[in-house]
Design a protein around this ligand. Structure first.
Ligand code: GUN
Length: 282
């Protein structure tokens, strides 16, 4: 079998066109959707991510306001900035780029963001809302994965087994909850799962989010499965690769997402969607 590629770049572009229309409708009704992007320090990877997010906002007609803070900023000062943004009616979404410098408690910063403006969906109130089936703002990366599955016709996963490899708060855990919402039978596996290959081979939908280059080999995939690769790993030669061995997996899977050009662009599209949702509900 040769898997069909799920082109995240292409799908994200289609979705962004629709989002631009939603943004235009909001502006026409006198509301300019706006996202505050907070970057602390000068981590090169974070700078690239923030630049991409700001460019995507501009293209969709969403105002982005960049708050660049020095790497040595005191936690109290960052919290005060978030407090001010929470109370600014012209700001609908607040994104604090992670990771933060070590002297800052990331969870405390996330909890300081108003859940109504938490476009990353990381606040404990949004995480809890997803858990009890009354979702508010949802984490962007797993939401992008859901959109990709819907795009290939996998909207209802009743009778199917989904396996998520990875248990992070940002991807693994919310991904599992969203797959459960789609009626899948869900397994969360991780680096400590015995016989990971056997677990993965049961997956009709396999989501890899471990951050280990090409650790999911072709022999770990059920023939015909949908394989969603969240990993973005940089190899010593500078090239990017996912958590899945793309060439080997393509021989077995039914569908597969590439890296780059798969989940990454979808994450950004979902950030825009969340910002519009926050603006529409403000
Ligand atoms: N750093 C890596 N991924 C993310 C993300 O989705 N949101 C934020 N805020 N920071 C990140």
């Amino acid at each position: 079998m040769t898997a069909q590629r799920i082109d995240g770049k292409d799908l994200a572009a289609q979705l962004r066109a629709g989002l631009a229309e939603r943004a235009a409708a909001l502006r026409a009704s006198g509301r300019q959707p706006a996202l505050a992007v907070v970057l602390v320090g000068d981590d090169p990877a974070s700078q690239v991510y923030v630049r991409n997010k700001i460019a995507a906002c501009k293209q969709a007609g969403i105002l982005s306001v960049h708050h660049a803070l020095d790497a040595g900023v005191r936690e109290g000062e960052l919290l005060a900035r978030i407090h001010a943004l929470n109370h600014d009616d012209a700001v609908h979404g607040i994104l604090v780029q992670l990771p933060l410098p070590r002297h800052i408690d990331s969870q405390r910063v996330i909890e300081a963001i108003s859940p109504l403006k938490d476009v990353d969906g990381f606040h404990v109130a949004n995480a809890g809302a997803l858990l009890v089936g009354r979702p508010g703002l949802r984490p962007c990366t797993p939401l992008g994965c859901v959109r990709m599955l819907q795009h290939i016709g996998l909207s209802d996963l009743r009778g199917r087994h989904a396996v998520v490899v990875g248990r992070s708060n940002i991807v693994g855990k919310p991904m599992a909850l969203m797959l459960l919402e789609m009626n899948a039978t869900v397994t969360i596996a991780h680096s400590g799962t015995p016989d990971l290959a056997q677990t993965c081979r049961r997956a009709d939908v396999l989501v890899a989010a471990v951050g280990r280059p090409r650790m999911i080999g072709g022999e770990m995939i059920k023939p015909g499965a949908a394989v969603i690769d969240v990993g973005i790993n940089r190899l010593p030669d500078g090239t990017l690769c996912g958590d899945v061995d793309f060439a080997a997996a393509s021989e077995v899977a039914g569908w597969i997402t590439p890296v780059p050009g798969g989940v990454g662009p979808m994450t950004i599209a979902m950030l825009l969607a969340n910002t519009l949702q926050a603006c529409e509900q403000a």
